[in-house]
Ligand binder design. Structure first.
Ligand code: HEM
Length: 492
């Protein structure tokens, strides 16, 4: 009897939902397939583990096809998975490409006008975004002379980091929570790059900087939960919002104190180097509010620390799984000067291939977001101008139709017949966009690539590397390995 009741109830519920979906599709013209949408919640009624959001999107692709619509309340978000569609959207010309802002950061910064006069370069749109992009000396980040100078000092930072490893590893050559050491290293190089001085980050460890890198992680998680989750934080300060606000405040306080200290020091002694720092250039920039200058420096210093840490951790995981790849890097490294110059790093074709294969298989940015500025035909679906689109590059990169043996780590796919790093014979590489693309692409790309290649070469030259923790990918607004990570570094 009980079983019959259950069956009856299930049948009625299924029929009800079937009629409801047909009604929705007809009345709301949801021509794009996607999960069931409920009033008020949209498709966000499902219990999705945020750290596994990438698996959820993979499932959406498998269940609904290459163009999938979700509804956040009433607001549509369309995910696209097909390479041609992604190319079409991302290469569409635009004066001011529109990347949806981090709403929580925008909201918080607008509430704190005593500190912020804009929401920051990553969140602003249109002419205000262009002004920040032009005035914040981002051209310097691309400047050759500036990079050559940076390379020299990068050698010292990497050697010091190797010394830290030798000091902190135990008698079995193991380091617990190695990701924390990497975060400090990542912040140190950012500080050197932007401030032009060492000693403000702290690779040996300092409580203040460790708190800052920790706050960075909390910000990422809060952005993830509010970007992809329910929107209650807009109506009252949820736990995620409070954590976000405290973390932004901490980062602002620590970095503005550093900036103030440097500006006072520099006033006292005139700079004797020809290449001025990004900080100096930003501070002297005309037509920019002082609040925007400080906010710009804060975003440069703090924003990318976790992306660099995650990238190196992923890369070290692949190296650990493939000792033969470590040997190849070691061979390549032994042909380069001990003191790595910018030219040496350009010759490190195999190591760059390892970096790009890491980005393909385990990217830190799993998707690129845009608001469409025109109507598009995407895999037979009409998607209107103004739609929020997620270009799901990570899911696409793991498909066999795009890369042969797509789930295997094969750096050599990035090399041409002469053994040079060359993606031109790999058309699918247009999907591998670790730093985004177009006018809104990451301005830190060159600097990050140089740094990542140098760190890997220096580490592999000195140590045999072993990843000792269980490996998993988790989504924290960017993709990171599951932390904590313990590592083993044996002398070569
Ligand atoms: C491994 C390191 C890094 C990765 C994977 C990364 C990735 C990205 C991605 C995917 C975007 C969005 C691009 C788009 O929408 O097309 C971005 C934007 C941005 N990145 Fe990075 N980034 C890294 C390092 C850096 C560094 C070192 C800096 C600064 C020195 C930086 C500063 C920025 C800024 C300011 C933006 C916003 C640009 C705009 O909206 O105009 N990033 N980054």
């Amino acid at each position: 009897m009980e079983v019959h009741k259950y069956l009856l109830l299930t049948t009625i519920t299924t029929i009800f939902f079937y009629i409801y979906i047909r009604f929705l599709r007809k009345v709301k013209k949801l021509s794009i397939p996607g999960p069931l949408s409920l009033p008020f919640f949209g498709t966000k009624w499902q219990s999705i583990e945020m750290s596994k959001l990438h698996e959820y999107y993979d499932g959406l692709n498998k269940n609904y096809g290459d163009v999938v619509m979700e509804l956040n309340g009433n607001f549509p978000i369309v995910s696209i998975f097909n390479r041609q569609d992604i190319d079409k959207v991302l290469s569409s010309p635009s004066q001011f490409p529109f990347r949806p802002p981090n709403e929580i950061q925008t909201f918080y910064r607008m509430q704190n006008k005593n500190r912020y006069s804009s929401t920051g370069i990553a969140n602003e749109q249109g002419p205000e975004w262009l002004k920040l992009r032009t005035k914040l000396s981002l051209k310097t980040l691309e400047n050759r002379k500036f990079h050559d100078q940076f390379c020299n000092d990068l050698n010292d930072i990497c050697s010091d980091f190797n010394d830290v490893i030798r000091t902190v590893r135990n008698e079995n050559n193991e380091i617990k929570n190695f990701h924390e050491n990497l975060r400090l290293m990542s912040f140190e190089t950012n500080c050197f790059f932007v401030l032009g001085k060492r000693g403000y980050g702290s690779i040996e460890g300092s409580e203040k900087i460790a708190k800052l890198t920790d706050a960075n992680v909390k910000i990422m998680e809060a952005i993830r939960d509010t970007y992809y989750g329910t929107q209650f934080w807009k109506y009252f300060p949820t736990k995620a919002y409070k954590t976000f606000a405290e973390s932004e405040e901490l980062i602002y306080d620590v970095i503005s104190e550093i900036i103030e200290k440097i500006l006072i020091e520099d006033k006292e002694k005139a700079s004797d180097t020809e290449i001025t720092s990004i900080l100096e250039k930003v501070v002297n920039a005309e037509g920019l509010d002082m609040k925007d200058k400080i906010c710009g420096i804060i975003d440069f210093l703090a924003g990318s620390t976790e992306a660099k840490t995650a990238t190196i951790m992923f890369l070290l995981y692949h190296l650990s799984e493939h000792p033969e790849v470590q040997n190849e890097i070691f061979k390549e490294a032994s042909l380069l000067n001990e003191f790595l110059t910018a030219d040496d790093l350009k010759k490190a074709h195999y190591t760059r291939a390892v970096l790009y294969e890491t980005f393909r298989l385990t990217p830190t940015a799993p998707a690129l977001a845009r608001i469409l500025e025109n109507d598009f035909e995407l895999s037979g679906h009409h998607v209107k101008s103004g739609t929020f689109v997620l270009c799901q590059t990570m899911v696409a990169c793991l498909k066999e139709e795009n890369f042969i043996d797509s789930n295997s780590f094969k750096p050599k796919r990035w090399l041409n017949a002469n053994g040079e790093f060359d993606s031109s014979n790999l058309p699918e590489s247009s999907l591998v966009l670790p730093f985004g693309t177009g006018k809104r692409a990451c301005p830190g790309r060159k600097f990050a690539e140089v740094e990542l290649v140098a760190i890997v070469i220096k580490l592999v030259r000195a140590f045999k590397i072993k990843y000792e923790s269980r490996f998993d990918k988790v989504f924290k607004f960017i993709m990171t390995p599951e932390f904590p990570v313990d590592m083993k570094f044996e002398d070569r």
